[in-house]
Design a protein around this ligand. Structure first.
Ligand SMILES: [Ca+2]
Length: 215
């Protein structure tokens, strides 16, 4: 990653030249300590959830930084993920409760820019007590993490970028519709949910290889 420090008067020039791909990837532009993204740049860190843990663990702040538990007790799986390397996220949720993870972005989402999320997901239908025929993974941008067990859209604090609903029990990569940011956002999160409440209402999903890229 190339770091460019410039005076404000050269701002226009930086945006013309600073976003060109370099041999090490897209360039990040710094102006007055604010970081701006460039086209095709993945804003997420550790989206492949690569781990050397020998077994599944409940996530805490040090399990796979910069990811943090947001609600419930999300787990970092140790088996083979979407790309045949070890590590993925495993979570449950229903329409009012469940698990989610988040990360504070080094490069924030900027109002007016267009972004696209991709993720590899599989429905984990291995518990007969859970009756949902599908699972849904919902992706969000946020500024302040709510304290509720199920985040609801509350722009400009929490914005739903989009979701993937699937009953596919094998790994599959999904690309969400383009999303134009209605505000600046400093964080990214996703949860697992379905449309049910009460006993047997949870659905489970495994999630891997999550990206958030500027178009
Ligand atoms: Ca992985």
């Amino acid at each position: 990653m190339k770091k460019i420090l410039v005076p404000a008067v050269l701002l226009t020039l930086v945006f013309i030249t600073g976003c060109r791909d370099s041999p090490t990837g897209p360039t990040t532009v710094y102006v007055h300590d604010t970081v701006y993204s460039c086209p095709h740049m993945n804003l997420l860190d550790a989206g492949d959830f690569l781990t050397s843990n020998p077994s599944v663990v409940d996530m805490d702040q040090s399990t796979i930084p910069p990811w943090l538990p947001a609600t419930g007790t999300p787990q970092l799986g140790a088996g083979l993920g979407c790309d045949s390397t070890h590590g993925y996220i495993q979570m449950w949720g229903n329409s009012v409760d469940g698990e989610s993870i988040m990360q504070h972005l080094r490069t924030p989402i900027q109002k007016g820019k267009t972004y696209v999320v991709t993720a590899c997901i599989r429905f984990l239908k291995d518990n007969p007590a859970n009756v949902s025929p599908f699972t849904r993974v919902r992706f969000m941008a946020f500024n302040q993490a709510p304290s509720t067990t199920h985040w609801v859209e509350d722009r400009p604090n929490v914005a739903v970028i989009g979701s993937v609903t699937t009953s596919n029990e094998t790994w599959q990569t999904y690309t969400l519709q383009d999303w134009v940011a209605d505000s600046d956002y400093s964080g990214f999160a996703f949860n697992v949910e379905d449309d049910l409440v009460g006993d047997g209402s949870a659905s489970w999903a495994k999630i891997d290889n999550v990206t958030l890229k500027e178009k």
